[in-house]
Structures are given as structure tokens and as C-alpha cells.
Design a binder for this molecule. Structure first.
Ligand SMILES: Cc1cc2nc3c(=O)[nH]c(=O)nc-3n(C[C@H](O)[C@H](O)[C@H](O)COP(=O)(O)O)c2cc1C
Length: 377
């Protein structure tokens, strides 16, 4: 199957599996512990049914939405994911940002991205957000926020579901770390994917581009994160960060109505429901199951972004119908990136866009505000 012939996100997953070394594919595809939450995020969308409004005029379908205050041509956008150059050594973050710009949707770069804030800013004029954690060293955080401001980013996303790294068992089984350290297992996996290996060898070293100046004590990024994470972080620190930034601010990794209220109390612009794609606390609920109580609490006082398990246009419709103002996608575009770089991400976005347009038409919804609660039963 070629990238042009991939007609679903599941097809892109198959292509990514073919192109990427096992450890890299598993790093994208896997989750924490027994991967119960990872599977649930997907299956709980499928457990829900959609009904339609018959005989409505759907001659023109308008998919425009707002994401963290920014205009988006579609109600879905790019969720931050670590180290894109690992999945496409030449393409990396820039490939994803360019694909997002083509589709008129926001791009988010991860704190542990493999391309710098400044290089991403130079590559795209589209809306872009920076994802951040609260590090031990507030000086580092201030410095990063100043760089994000200077580069003209449109928002900051504070991720709060990683007080410590999740237990992703596929990684140690594959003897995999970020960046990969050469060992027999890693070398064997690399050699079995010559096209990827060539791509990697002919492009520069993959590292945490925004923290090149920080010493990682010879350990991988996971150790680096564990070392830098401040386990004493509270809502006060989130509030401090929101003020330090002063612009559009989302808190990513919310699972309860109580925490949604905490977000509102500190003036968060967007409450972002996420369980990190099932990569953190396993057996936590599917994000779509936590949405109703959170939407009830927020009552339109902030945007609600939801991610986790979005693989189909119908998933997007269900999340919007149940109270999300937009959804973020992770693996859906990463499979495309791993399969074919920028062209693969574009294919992923095209698939989701055409599914969404068709599903809105089938539901009798000609714009986002017509995707309402009674469509989900
Ligand atoms: C490979 C990978 C790396 C990720 N890295 C980050 C990250 O650095 N920061 C972050 O906030 N979320 C990260 N996430 C979580 C995503 O932003 C998002 O919450 C999740 O992928 C959504 O689930 P989905 O993959 O089922 O769409 C990562 C997810 C994946 C799959």
C-alpha cells in the first residue's frame, strides 16, 4: 500500500509499522502498563452511537472553530508530541507544522521537541502553541517563556499529567531510550529498516533542541524529565506560569470536574481533557467518559479541548457533541509522519477532514454549533 492509497488512520498505522524500527513504532503506538486506558480511549468512542437530523440543508458545511482563541479551519489540531525527528529524522517538527499550516489548523510543539522554538517559528506562519512543564529551576521556565514570546507563539499549554514518567513497558523491552543509545537490540532493529536508517544517518543528531544548554548527566530524556520535574508543583505554580506568560493558556491533562474548576479559578483559557493518550496512569478513564461532568462544570466559561483516541471523523463529532470546543490529535498524525514525513501528516489530516465533512453531512450539521448533544445516544 502506498501513502496515496491509505484511506484510513488505521492504514497509516500499518505503513508506519512497515517503515519504522520496532522500538520507534512502539514508542508511538504504546501506552502505560497494560495499555488499558490506551485501548479504552478508542473503544469508548466506538461504544457511543450517533443519530442524525433528517432533511436538513447541508449544501455548505462550515468547519471553522476556535482553538485557544486562535482561528482554526477545522475543529481538530496538532497535539504536542515529543521528538518528532525520531519518527521522521529529516521532516520532524517542521514537517508537521507545515502540514498543519496547509490545513489552516494550529500546531503545538512539545517541550521535548527535537526542533527549536525559533526554527518552528521561522517555518510556519500558522497559529502555534508551546507545551511546557513546570521545571525545578524556575529560571529555565522563565527563559523558555521569554523565547516563546519572542518567537511569536499564540499560546502556552501546561501539561499536568506527568508528575513522573509513565511506565511504558514496550520501551525497556525494546531496549529503547530517547535519544536511542546504541546496543545490539537497537542496532538490529535499525538495520531491519534501511530507508529509515539512511534518513537518520543523513540528518543531524536528534536531541531535545530547546535544552541543548542543559546537561542531562549522560542519561536519556526520561531521566532528564524525572530529574527536572518538581514534585512539589501545585495550582499556585500553574497560576504563576499563567501570569508570567500573560497570553492564551491551556492546562492539559485534566480528568475531573474539580480540576476543571481549579483551571477556571486561575483564569485558564482552555481546559484540556487528556490522559496523555494512555501513556501515564493506566486504568484511568477514557477521556470521552470524563467529558460530560467537566462540560457541566465549565458551562462555557472556558474552551474545552479533548484528546485521546481520535481516529475517525465520528470520534470528533462525538467529542464536540458532548461539550468539547475542539479536539487534539496525537497518534493519528504521528502514524502519518512515521509512514512518510510531511506527505504522511497531510494524508492523515486529509483523511480526518474528509471523514469529518462526510459525518457532519450525515448527521445534518452544517457547522460546529449544530453538532449538539442529542446527536449522541
Ligand atoms: C509519541 C508520543 C509522544 C508524546 N509526547 C508528549 C509531550 O511531549 N507532551 C505532551 O503534553 N503530550 C505528549 N503526548 C500526548 C499527546 O499530546 C496526546 O495527549 C495524545 O497523543 C492523545 O492521544 P492519541 O494519541 O490517542 O490521539 C505524546 C503522545 C505520543 C503518542
Amino acid at each position: 500500500m502506498s501513502i496515496e492509497n491509505a484511506i484510513s488512520i488505521a492504514d497509516l498505522r500499518i505503513l508506519a509499522k512497515k517503515r519504522l524500527p520496532k522500538m520507534v513504532f512502539d514508542y508511538i503506538d504504546g501506552g502505560a502498563d497494560d495499555e488499558i486506558t490506551l485501548a479504552r480511549n478508542i473503544s469508548r468512542f466506538r461504544d457511543r452511537s450517533l443519530v442524525w437530523r433528517a432533511l436538513t440543508d447541508i449544501s455548505v458545511i462550515d468547519t471553522n472553530a476556535k482553538v485557544m482563541g486562535a482561528q482554526s479551519a477545522l475543529p481538530f489540531f496538532i497535539s504536542p508530541t515529543a521528538s518528532s525527528r525520531l519518527f521522521s529524522p529529516k521532516g520532524g517538527e517542521i514537517a508537521v507544522a507545515k502540514a498543519a499550516e496547509k490545513f489552516g489548523i494550529p500546531y503545538s510543539i512539545s517541550t521535548i521537541g527535537s526542533t527549536s522554538i525559533e526554527d518552528v517559528a521561522a517555518a510556519t506562519k500558522g497559529p502555534k502553541f508551546f507545551q511546557i512543564y513546570v521545571w525545578k529551576d524556575r529560571g529555565v521556565v522563565k527563559d523558555i517563556i521569554a523565547r516563546v514570546k519572542a518567537a511569536g507563539f499564540d499560546g502556552i499549554i501546561l501539561t499536568v499529567d506527568v508528575p513522573v514518567a509513565g511506565n511504558r513497558e514496550r520501551d525497556p523491552r525494546n531496549k529503547f531510550t530517547i535519544p536511542p543509545k546504541p546496543n545490539l537490540s537497537v542496532i538490529t532493529q535499525m538495520l531491519s529498516r534501511p530507508a529509515y536508517l539512511m534518513d537518520m544517518v543523513s540528518s543531524g543528531k536528534i536531541d531535545a533542541a530547546n535544552f541543548k544548554h542543559i546537561k542531562t548527566d549522560g542519561g536519556g530524556i526520561i531521566e532528564f524529565i524525572n530529574n527536572q520535574f518538581d514534585r512539589t508543583v501545585t495550582w499556585k505554580d500553574a497560576e504563576w506560569m499563567r501570569k508570567e506568560w500573560g497570553g492564551n493558556f491551556a492546562i492539559k491533562g485534566i480528568s475531573t470536574a474539580k480540576d476543571a474548576q481549579n483551571c477556571l479559578d486561575i483564569g485558564t483559557d482552555a481546559v484540556w481533557i487528556s490522559n496523555h493518550g494512555g501513556r501515564q496512569l493506566d486504568t484511568s478513564p477514557a477521556t470521552i467518559d470524563t467529558l460530560p461532568a467537566i462540560a457541566e462544570q465549565v458551562k462555557g466559561r472556558a474552551e474545552i479541548i479533548l484528546d485521546g483516541g481520535i481516529r475517525r471523523g465520528t470520534d470528533i463529532v462525538k467529542a464536540l457533541a458532548m461539550g468539547a470546543t475542539s479536539v487534539a490529535i496525537g497518534r493519528a498524525y504521528l502514524y502519518g509522519l512515521g509512514a512518510a514525513g510531511q506527505i504522511g501528516v497531510e494524508r492523515a489530516l486529509e483523511i480526518l477532514k474528509s471523514e469529518l465533512l462526510r459525518d457532519m453531512a450525515l448527521c445534518g450539521a452544517k457547522n460546529i454549533s449544530e453538532i449538539t448533544r442529542e446527536l449522541v445516544v
